[in-house]
Ligand binder design. Structure first.
Ligand code: ATP
Ligand code: MG
Length: 564
């Protein structure tokens, strides 16, 4: 492709509305332009990358027996009513106002609809159906460029099976295919089991990459691969032993002392001997949560443990419930359910609120002084704490979800009456799986992980072209003739070449080449040409060397083979 006629509107300046690196670089390289919040146009250079990613996905999906569909984005609303998902998606779902249509945010319903009409016998399964297609979601906060769009390209796949055992096999195939896809794309990713790695046997896994632009917070162990959303993540905890001599329970006057830090300072004690109290209201009843020192309550873990409706107690309720305001509340004499974090299990000689303003108790023995107490893991995991599965430490960071594989079961087949007849002539619902990948997210995440101060550094799999051919001076006939000849030969050899044949300054061309970031640059200039040489630069490593013109073909072959 010749740049002179190719529409690649690169930008020198950083666009004001972009803060995330991948967003900035996709705009600056002229790969995308925004149409409206969360809605992007892909320009020719960017669309080539989308097609490369789609190709990798297609090859790996076809390799596990996937069959490619193309389902309509415009869906009759009534199908979505049958599964209750018009309500479940709420404002995320785009509605077509003058007709009863919705724009599909995903396609489980449509797959179940078609399965109902054609997959009638156990002999018709297993099936793997997939597509690469535009999805519509009215995301409330579209940002970070194409990472969270209102219209985006998703590879979605669905499996149809006769049983949960058969679904396990289909799921495993996708797990393997997904790893191959992300590896081939050159992404550094990790896998999060939805119900926390420690529990094993999950029904869903998320493929994530670490990124400041991410909206999920995860705990990850780089040694053993343990990864979990902080909502469920566990860490190796250090439970302190009971002290040998048991102190008496005693009341301490602590005027205006409200926080654990103030208490430690006032009494000259360590926070590990303090039990902090938090009051929650669970289905209308007060529950006291005790945490060691400054540990925070993980409300996701608490909600999961209690079930039903859980909310923090309001400041004005606390006096009525406990007899004290926040800062003076504690387990001794508390009237209601008490749950302590496992770090406090059976501990003694603790200090906590006395349920009387300006007073604390010292010498609390949870076994002796509290009538009934339960223990559970209620902490929010912090960076630097021990991995629950190995001897390494956890790192907590934000991450982006690239893909998701999920054992759906029979929810959609039952709602849409997609039944099949088994070997014994009985009717059963089809057992489904669902598997998604965000195509543009792969592109953005690749850029997040592969760039330097000058621009993107593409690998040869995703690069929109592999070679950036630069003619340094388009006014020099020898340079033009030589560059044109190299261009034709490279194309004849099957290489994808972007030829900068613009009449522009060398510095401008170099900057654009580094910004766009194709893996190899071939630079044709007057000086080197006189020695029958051109310069070759490897973008990622910045290595440069001169190559004899008649050796260029072999050298490029060798370099491309060695590219990642
Ligand atoms: P998120 O938690 O980031 O909103 P999700 O759980 O809603 O993702 P799924 O419904 O599982 O995502 O969709 C499958 C894949 O589609 C995701 O893993 C992601 O890569 C991609 N995806 C989802 N929403 C968007 C979006 N708004 N813009 C771009 N890609 C998206
Ligand atoms: Mg979402």
């Amino acid at each position: 492709m010749k740049l002179n006629k190719y529409f690649v509107p690169t930008l020198k300046e950083v666009p004001a509305d972009a803060t995330v690196t991948s967003h900035i670089l996709m705009l600056r390289t002229g790969m995308i332009r925004m149409l409206s919040a969360g809605i992007y146009s892909f320009l020719p250079l960017g669309y080539r990358v989308v097609r490369k990613i789609s190709q990798v996905i297609r090859e790996e999906m076809d390799a596990i027996g996937g069959q490619e569909f193309h389902l309509p984005a415009l869906n009759p609303k009534e199908i979505w009513d049958e599964t209750g998902r018009v309500e479940a998606f709420g404002d995320i779902l785009f509605h077509i106002k003058n007709r009863e249509y919705v724009l599909a945010p995903t396609h489980e319903e449509i797959i179940a609809f078609h399965a109902k009409n054609v997959v009638k016998s156990y002999k018709d399964m297993p099936q793997i159906w997939y597509q690469i297609q535009t999805k519509f979601r009215n995301e409330p906060r579209p940002r970070s460029g194409v990472i969270r769009g209102r219209q985006f390209l998703m590879k979605d796949a669905y499996t149809l099976d006769v049983s949960y055992e058969a679904l396990d096999a289909s799921y495993k195939l996708h797990d393997t295919a997904y790893r191959k896809i992300f590896n081939r794309c050159g992404l550094n990713y990790f896998v999060v089991g939805a119900s926390s790695g420690a529990m094993g046997g999950t029904g869903s896994e998320e493929f994530m990459v670490k990124s400041d632009a991410g909206e999920d917070t995860v705990a990850h162990c780089s040694k053993c691969g343990y990864a979990a959303n902080v909502e469920v993540a566990a860490s190796k905890i250090n439970v302190l032993e009971r002290e040998k001599t048991n102190k008496e329970l005693h009341e301490i006057y602590t005027p205006n002392i409200k926080t654990i830090d103030e208490l430690c300072e006032f009494l000259k004690i360590d926070e590990s001997v303090c039990a902090k109290s938090r009051v929650y209201i669970h289905d209308g009843k007060a529950v006291l949560i005790l945490m060691q020192g400054n540990d925070e309550v993980n409300e996701s873990k608490l909600t999961k443990l209690l079930g039903g409706n859980v909310r923090p107690g309001h400041p004005e309720e606390l006096m009525k419930i406990t007899g004290a305001d926040a800062g003076s509340i504690g387990p001794v004499g508390f009237n209601g359910r008490i749950i302590a974090d496992q770090k406090l299990k059976n501990r003694n000689n603790l200090c906590s609120g006395a349920n009387k303003n300006d007073y604390h108790f010292g010498g609390i023995d949870l076994d002796r002084d509290v009538k009934k107490i339960e223990y559970s893991d209620l902490r929010i995991v912090q960076s630097g704490e021990g991995c629950p599965n190995c001897d390494n430490n956890l790192e907590v960071f934000t991450a982006i979800e690239l893909g998701h594989i999920f054992k759906l079961g029979t929810k959609y087949s039952e709602a849409l009456k997609a039944f099949y007849i088994d070997e014994n002539g009985n009717e059963n619902p089809i057992v489904m799986g669902s598997y998604g990948i965000g195509v543009e997210r792969i592109m953005a995440c690749y850029i997040e992980q592969n760039h330097d101060e000058k621009g993107i550094t593409w690998n040869k799999i995703l690069a929109p072209f592999v070679i950036h051919l630069i003619a340094l001076n388009m006014k020099n006939e020898a340079v033009v003739a030589s560059a044109e000849k190299i261009y034709s030969e490279m194309k004849a050899n099957g290489y994808e070449v972007l030829f900068d044949d613009r009449d522009a300054a060398a510095g401008f061309k170099f900057n654009d080449a580094d910004l766009i970031g194709l893996p190899l640059q071939v630079i044709v200039g007057e000086k080197k040409l006189k020695e029958n040489k051109v310069e070759v630069k490897v973008r990622k490593s910045n290595e440069r060397f001169d190559v004899e013109l008649n050796d260029l073909k072999n050298k490029l072959k060798e370099l491309i083979q060695n590219l990642s």
